[in-house]
Design a protein around this ligand. Structure first.
Ligand SMILES: Cc1ncc(COP(=O)(O)O)c(C=O)c1O
Length: 277
């Protein structure tokens, strides 16, 4: 079944849905995006994701996206989707068609909503640390921009080495995040995740884990990952996923007791409220 795609307020058959080849999202990665989880036909934490879309756009000096219209697009696409146990919504917002260089155009922005099925992630993750740092001082640090070439390259690097996710350190040599996930480690019995100053994205799942399950924000050297008592990834589509292996080195437990508790509490709280504010 072809679930329609929403482009700038209209629904289209996916085969007919299109944006301009001059769109700056395509030309220079001049846009922002969100991935939202769908559980049994309902979006999860949509308000937080739309808030972050606005913030990412603001950080890129893009016009404010019309998140009410986008939320309507989400509803209309989901209404046509089959009852997948798990799905994902991809929201893309760009500066719209523009000239061939980096100057922005003035023909209006582009907004797209696509929904699709999501296969569950494996029960545990094997991760590969990549040799390229996140730039925590860059203009797009912490922005969910469509300039994800760094992530695409890093994930391919990890997969070529048997990993399921790539992990970045930052310029300071500290632990940062994955290509599509945040990271938590247990060190001396404490649950820690890198601060937003590390250059990581302010993950929606990361924030919910901190609120619901506890843990502290603290920057630690990248090598702390190899010495962790436990570690896990968080993301919209994984929730809390224990890390089994770091660069071929097995961690003591996956899940260890603190990770198992976080998984349990997260699942309980998420089931109680589909749009935690
Ligand atoms: C670079 C990066 N870090 C972290 C995350 C996790 O964020 P969230 O929990 O909001 O999905 C993502 C999400 O895709 C991401 O792209």
């Amino acid at each position: 079944m072809n679930v329609p795609v929403w482009v700038n307020g209209e629904l289209y058959d996916p085969a007919q849905a299109s944006v301009s080849v001059f769109d700056h999202g395509l030309m220079v990665g001049d846009g922002v995006f969100e991935t939202v989880k769908v559980v049994a036909g309902h979006s999860f934490a949509l308000t937080r994701h739309l808030d972050r879309l606005k913030l990412s756009a603001q950080r890129m000096d893009l016009p404010e996206p019309d998140v009410e219209a986008i939320a309507d697009g989400v509803r209309r696409c989901l209404a046509e989707a089959p009852g997948w146990p798990l799905g994902r919504i991809r929201i893309t917002y760009t500066s719209g068609p523009g000239p061939l260089g980096s100057d922005r155009g003035d023909q209006g922005t582009t907004s797209v909503v696509i929904v699709g099925e999501q296969k569950p992630f494996p029960l545990t993750a094997d991760v590969t640390v990549v040799p390229w740092p996140r730039n925590e001082r860059g203009a797009l640090s912490g922005v969910k921009s469509t300039s994800y070439g760094d992530n695409a390259k890093a994930l391919a690097y990890a997969k070529a080495r048997g990993g399921g996710e790539a992990i970045f350190g930052n310029l300071a040599g500290d632990l940062c995040e994955g290509t599509g996930s945040n990271i938590f480690i247990v060190r001396d019995g404490r649950l820690l995740t890198p601060t937003l100053a590390s250059g990581c994205l302010a993950g929606v799942t990361r924030a919910l884990v901190l609120e619901w399950c506890g843990g502290d924000e603290a920057d630690v050297p990248l090598r702390a990952l190899y010495e962790a008592e436990e570690a896990f990834l968080t993301s919209t589509t994984r929730d809390v996923q224990p890390i089994r292996l770091v660069d071929g080195q097995v961690l003591p437990a996956a899940p260890g007791p603190i990770t198992a508790k976080a998984m349990e509490v997260f699942a309980e709280r998420a089931a109680l409220d589909a749009d935690p504010r």
